[in-house]
Design a protein around this ligand. Structure first.
Ligand code: FEO
Length: 169
């Protein structure tokens, strides 16, 4: 059974993961309209991954005697300043999610909820991978700068990208 405090923290995280999914979906649509087919495919897939993160939390809350809530979400921005700005946003967002996950892990220890602590380790590992990939893509974009041919290749690489085993981004 989860405590009310842990249940609330998990439900707050449900809302954040769901918002991430919406944000990536809006970014995917923006990229598609720009003709960045690979970036769009990558972001659509990532939006699905964030929905999976949401559902995993919801199912856990209910399994542990809580009640998972479906959050109301604000509309994400329709426009991006550019591809670099979009990926900077992604990294910022993932760093923020990592901090949220760590705060829940901390709460679990304070509440002596070792079951939820164990469950959250999946998210801890996931965030390491998500931040790593976001940094890696941002480094590439930094190298590309304003080079259109470089952006073309970046987009094409993302189109053919295979997921490493266990990665969710
Ligand atoms: Fe579910 Fe990208 O954090």
């Amino acid at each position: 059974m989860v405590s009310k405090k842990v249940e609330k923290a998990l439900n707050d995280q449900v809302a954040k993961e769901a918002m991430s999914s919406q944000t990536y979906l809006a970014m995917a649509s923006w990229a598609e309209v720009q003709g960045l087919e690979g970036v769009a495919a990558f972001l659509y897939k990532h939006s699905d991954e964030e929905r999976m993160h949401t559902l995993k939390l919801m199912r856990y809350i209910n399994e542990r005697g809580g009640h998972a809530e479906v959050p109301a979400l604000p509309k994400p921005p329709k426009e991006m300043k550019g591809i670099l700005d979009a990926f900077q946003n992604i990294l910022r967002q993932e760093i923020a999610v990592s901090a949220d996950i760590n705060a829940i892990v901390d709460l679990c220890l304070k509440e002596k909820d070792y079951t939820t602590h164990n469950f959250m380790q999946w998210y801890v590992a996931e965030q390491i991978e998500e931040e790593r990939l976001a940094r890696n893509l941002l480094d590439k974009l930094d190298l590309i700068g304003n080079d259109k041919a470089g952006l073309y290749l970046f987009d094409r690489d993302l189109l053919g990208r295979k997921e490493p085993q266990g990665a969710a981004f």
